[in-house]
Design a protein around this ligand. Structure first.
Ligand SMILES: Cc1cc2nc3c(=O)[nH]c(=O)nc-3n(C[C@H](O)[C@H](O)[C@H](O)COP(=O)(O)O)c2cc1C
Ligand SMILES: C=C(O[C@@H]1CC(C(=O)O)=C[C@@H](OP(=O)(O)O)[C@H]1O)C(=O)O
Length: 359
């Protein structure tokens, strides 16, 4: 069951990084959603490897094929299967670590859990699997278009290089103009140079992606367990290499007094309920309040580095591990569409759940 997500809009992904293909089955998508293939392909292109010299150099076209669930350009209401062939596996890069555990990758834990491990490219633990989520997330975005919801993520920090502006002070339409996916050109250039410098040293670096969701009406979410922010947190923490999730005022909010932190209500010119501030991050009691939903996702530095590190092998013997081949020195630029996709999947599910709230 670990490969499935969602209660009504459900997805299951399949495939390994060096197997024949990866893919996704979407179940529960309503009939009649415009299946815009060009849009879905574009989302996959934003995530695919080999985009610039600061990403892995594996060359995948990531062109997806639809096997079922679409007729005359629209979803039919039946399961939708999308497949993405693997085209550029280079499994020999992993031969030397077939029985070794890379520090901080999933090699050791997979071996313990399953008693076997497809060591080629990390198998199922590879972030290659996230392409399948991006395809499903793109469909979720198309569903959410009906509700005029927008989901926009961008790189706000790489290592210690941090954007000092809030999302509303930035022109987020510029995010995809550069290889880093940071909407501030000057900062993007600094981040690019920094990642490139680290790449040349065979090392890696982490960072933060900020995401903002606009247009979610008040009333989506659940009051207990499946709180909207809890589901968003689960979705984000389920992305490879994610180490932190923070929404609304987050950890910094604890320094404020209640009188500073409370979001006071008023009726806006549009006749709707609004809050003067939005430290709640658009969610109160696990349910959306109609304001922007925003959160941050922290990614660790990539585990596979081109430097010697101490580890052990399956026999428990000491070994020196050094990565080979093609790896992301920093996952952030390619993780932007993944964060958006996972947020879209959560919201698509809640948009359908909201329809069962009341008569
Ligand atoms: C977009 C993206 C690309 C990644 N690329 C690599 C990579 O090239 N090499 C690597 O070792 N890890 C990479 N990772 C991270 C690993 O997949 C991840 O660290 C591994 O599955 C272990 O899981 P954990 O870090 O969540 O514990 C990437 C993650 C993402 C989100
Ligand atoms: C293939 C992708 O990224 C891969 C993610 C990844 C990892 O360990 O997560 C390791 C590398 O795999 P390989 O050695 O097979 O090239 C990356 O290239 C992709 O995102 O499509």
């Amino acid at each position: 069951m670990s490969s499935t997500y969602g209660k009504i809009f459900k997805i299951s992904t399949f495939g390994e990084s060096h197997g024949k293909a990866i893919g996704v089955i979407v179940d529960g998508c309503p009939a009649g959603v415009e299946f815009n293939e060009e849009f879905i392909q574009n989302e996959l292109d934003r995530r695919k490897p080999g985009q610039s010299r600061i990403t892995t150099q594996r060359k995948e076209s990531d062109e997806f094929q639809v096997l079922s669930g679409i007729f005359e350009g629209k979803t039919t209401g039946t399961p939708i299967a999308m497949v993405i062939p693997n085209e550029d596996q280079r499994s020999k890069d992993y031969s030397h670590i077939a029985t070794q555990f890379r520090p901080s990758h999933a090699d050791y834990t997979y071996t313990v859990k399953y008693g076997n491990r497809d060591y080629r490219g990390g198998g199922r633990s590879s972030a290659r699997e996230t392409a399948a989520r991006v395809a499903a997330g793109a469909l979720a975005k198309l569903l959410l278009n009906n509700d005029a919801i927008s989901i926009t993520a961008y790189v706000s920090q790489v290592g210690k290089l941090k954007l000092d502006k809030q999302y509303w002070e930035l022109d987020l339409s510029k995010t995809d103009n550069n290889a880093v996916r940071c909407p501030d050109e000057q900062m993007a250039q600094k981040m690019f140079d920094y990642i490139d410098e680290i790449r040349k040293k065979g090392d890696s670096i982490g960072g933060i992606i900020t995401c903002v969701i606009k247009g979610v009406p008040a009333g989506w979410g659940e009051p207990v367990f499946d709180k909207l922010h809890a589901e968003l947190g689960k979705a984000m923490l389920g992305i490879n290499a994610v180490k932190g999730f923070e929404y609304g005022s987050g950890f910094e909010g604890i320094e404020l007094l209640g009188s500073e932190h409370n979001d006071e209500f008023f009726i806006g010119e549009d006749g709707k309920v609004h809050t003067k501030t939005n430290l709640s991050g658009g969610i109160q009691g696990g349910i959306s309040n109609g304001e922007d939903i925003y959160f941050k996702v922290a990614f660790k530095p990539v585990a596979t580095i081109m430097q010697d590190q101490e580890s052990i092998n399956e026999a428990g013997e000491k070994v020196i591990v050094s990565g080979k081949g093609r790896h992301d020195p920093c996952v952030l630029p390619r993780a932007v569409p993944i964060v958006e996709a996972m947020a879209a999947l959560v919201l698509a599910d809640f948009s359908l759940r909201a329809k069962t709230n009341k008569v």
